[in-house]
Design a protein around this ligand. Sequence first.
Ligand code: ATP
Length: 287
Amino acid sequence: MTSPATTPEHGARLDVRGLRKVYTGRGEPVEAIAELTFEVKAGELVCVVGPSGAGKTTLLRCMAGLMPATSGAITLGGAPISGPPPGMAVVLQEYGRSLFPWMSVAQNVDLPLREKGVRRAERRTKVSEALAAVGLGDVHDAYPWQLSGGMQQRVAIARAAAYEPQVLLMDEPFAAVDAQTRFELEDLVRSLWRRLGVTVVFVTHDIDEAIYLGERVLVLSARPTVVLEDVSVGLGAERDQLTTRADPEFARLRTHVYELVQAAKRGARTLADAHLTHPVRIGGEAR
Ligand SMILES: Nc1ncnc2c1ncn2[C@@H]1O[C@H](COP(=O)(O)OP(=O)(O)OP(=O)(O)O)[C@@H](O)[C@H]1O
């Protein structure tokens, strides 16, 4: 029987406790992450921002089970992550490298379902539904290299959605697409998230994107990394590119997160160090 924390409808809870990551190689050790502790509730969408080199990709790789932590623990639905866990899907920035060029669009979306052992008839339905959901119902037989970058990223999202993961990790997935396509893909992520109830962790450089998408925004310090602030985004569930971005609350959050990231770049490691010059009211609370 599946526990409530791991049903696809509710996603799975992701817990990061005392995560530390030091890269050791031939040269000097690099302490990428000093101490990260946070929780992503089942079915929550959390964005992660921070200065370049803050360890966002390192965090994501550890959460995906692609790299061991130096110390600390990451659990998914209560189970420790020690390798790529079933029930997790990852979408990366480099769509050109994440799709197999010799497979058609439908075959690419189908592949994880085959590996999951889903029967052929059910797979066919899931692939069609996922491609229709991302607006690519008419390119099943095309090859990735015949599609635009934005379309290829839609295929990667369709592949993740068809798999019905409990957790979806996204590492700067829209950094390489044009601004117009990016808005469309952001709306696609929010609509899939709401429909599937999946837990999502979304890493981005773009502060506006983090606020538009997230229920929370984790702002990381510079390396060695800690959480500078865990910012709640009280913009409601219904969001759209015009009204949400014009909302005064959006502007306040943007100022606040921008200031935090600037403070992180100057070396702030706590809110007290950050010396914010535009204290703002977020959700009625003075900061
Ligand atoms: N394999 C590695 N060996 C040694 N150091 C590494 C390795 N991978 C990353 N680092 C270092 O760890 C730190 C964090 O890197 P990471 O790529 O996680 O940051 P990031 O926040 O994702 O950066 P960006 O925003 O520029 O993509 C950086 O200082 C980087 O140079």
